[in-house]
Design a protein. Sequence first.
Length: 151
Amino acid sequence: MSEPLVVRRETHVPAPPAAIFALLTDPEKILRWMGTEAKTEPQPGGIYLVNVTGARVARGAFREVVPVHRLAYSFGWEGSEEVPPGSSLVEIDLIEQPEGTLVRLTHTGLPTAGQCEAHAKGWAHYLDRMAAVASGRDPGPDPMRGHDGKS
């Protein structure tokens, strides 16, 4: 049996879980590190929508929300046949550690190794930007702005 296609990412951020949770759920705070537009309703069944690059809209619905500890939401891209809205699952656990938080992201349900590779790069990029904001730094202009995911 083959290993399922999974993207896993872990990063230590020198900020408390509550600060990270806010950066992942509050639309105004999300836009400090990712996207041009965001709408979230962080409760089971609530919408997750982020125009990530100005040219690519991620959409899904929250499945699990445990304030300051865990988020799970369906995920996909508007207009994508390969990864349509709600077709995959993003799970984020925030584990309190000395001097910060371990952010553990797991993204499952992606259809191909190529999609896993592309999403792994995207998550690495955006988690680094989120960590910068959580650390009080300005991540600068997003080099992914305007990228439509097709090239």
